[in-house]
Write a protein that binds this ligand. Structure first.
Ligand code: BTN
Length: 325
């Protein structure tokens, strides 16, 4: 089905006042025959849309498909910019790589790259990121903030807050943030965020925020090594979660926080981040490339850098590390 017709058709199901949309109304609005309407509806069904047809009433959308296709994401997406341009792949090496390429080619701010599966997903320190088909959210977002390059890490913390809030809104599950950007449930990893930047010395061209969220994996989907350190929302909640709904909620929160940040700076975001962080006020070990430092996590600076007081009382400013709680 041509994408414009599909977009109009899906819009009728979300914006219409009445629950059922009549075949006549669809045919009028799309300017096509009733037979063509029926074909369009069948096409949607093939793509996983559950549409009920009732004589003399019309069609009703019962359930969206479980994929994260552009159509599934657009149905109910309440943002102005983020996710308005979507690059969707069934299988991809890494959404991060695609996003980098699109950013270089000048794609618009808010462009979202999302895939059902990544075969070369990667995390911080170039570690492999397990991204199996249709169970998680594997996506990268292109932003173009007019901020100094050294402030870009703040966007990692901002993204963590947006994801935590969206998870709470959609699932009612309370999660914790481990500095700088891991989201955990009972110490097990649920979300990883990888923020990368294309910039000159004094100007950002783009910031690519890569987000990996374990959503519908079951225990058996994690191998032995992963099952001791990772979990999914579905394991914690005991039911399947709609990935598309969660992506929409994340984009909405991210957009709100991002524009607030561009206007008011990092201070309001810092307060929110601290409320979710489990790292602060605890004894931790920070493993950096230069070695490990043990001490008390005192807080984060206004830039988002971790302040760690070692056992001798000396303060360390940590820009990048693995944290052991
Ligand atoms: C980490 O915790 O190390 C960060 C993991 C980031 C994974 C996401 S999944 C979508 C995007 N594409 C990638 O290859 N990585 C990020």
């Amino acid at each position: 089905m041509e994408s414009e017709i599909r977009r109009k058709l899906l819009e009728m199901f979300t914006t219409g006042e009445e629950e059922y949309v009549s075949g006549q109304k669809i045919s009028d609005e799309l300017g096509c025959s009733r037979t063509a309407v029926w074909k369009h509806i069948e096409d949607l069904r093939k793509d996983g849309y559950d549409l009920e047809a009732v004589r003399r009433k019309g069609y009703k959308l019962i359930k969206k498909p479980e994929l994260v296709t552009p159509d599934a994401l657009r149905l109910g997406l309440d943002t102005k910019k983020l996710g308005q341009n979507i690059c969707y792949r069934e299988t991809v090496d890494s959404t991060q790589k695609v996003a980098h390429r699109l950013a270089q080619e000048g794609c618009e701010e808010g462009t979202l790259v999302i895939a059902e599966e990544q075969v070369g997903g990667r995390g911080r320190l170039n570690r492999a990121w397990h991204s199996p088909k249709t169970t998680g959210i594997w996506m990268s977002l292109v932003l173009r903030p007019q901020i100094p390059p050294h402030e870009a890490p703040q966007l990692t913390l901002l993204s963590a807050v947006a994801i935590v809030q969206a998870i709470e809104e959609i699932t009612d599950i309370k999660v914790d943030i481990k500095w700088p950007n891991d989201i955990l449930i009972n110490g097990k990893k649920l979300v990883g965020i990888l923020t990368e930047m294309q910039a000159d010395a004094d100007q950002i061209h783009s910031v690519i925020i890569g987000m990996g969220i374990n959503v519908n994996q079951q225990e058996a989907d994690f191998n032995d090594e992963l099952s001791s350190i990772a979990t999914s929302l579905s394991i914690e909640k005991g039911e399947k979660i709609s990935r598309a709904t969660l992506v929409q909620a994340i984009l909405k929160r991210l957009e709100e926080l991002y524009y607030q940040y561009l206007k008011a700076g990092f201070a309001p975001i810092k307060i929110l981040w601290e409320a979710y962080a489990i790292t602060i006020g605890r004894n931790i070990i920070a493993r950096t490339l230069k070695g490990s430092i043990e001490g008390l996590a005192k807080g984060i600076t206004p830039e988002g850098t971790l302040m760690l007081e070692d056992l001798e009382g000396k303060m360390h400013y940590i820009y990048s590390a693995d944290i052991e709680l």
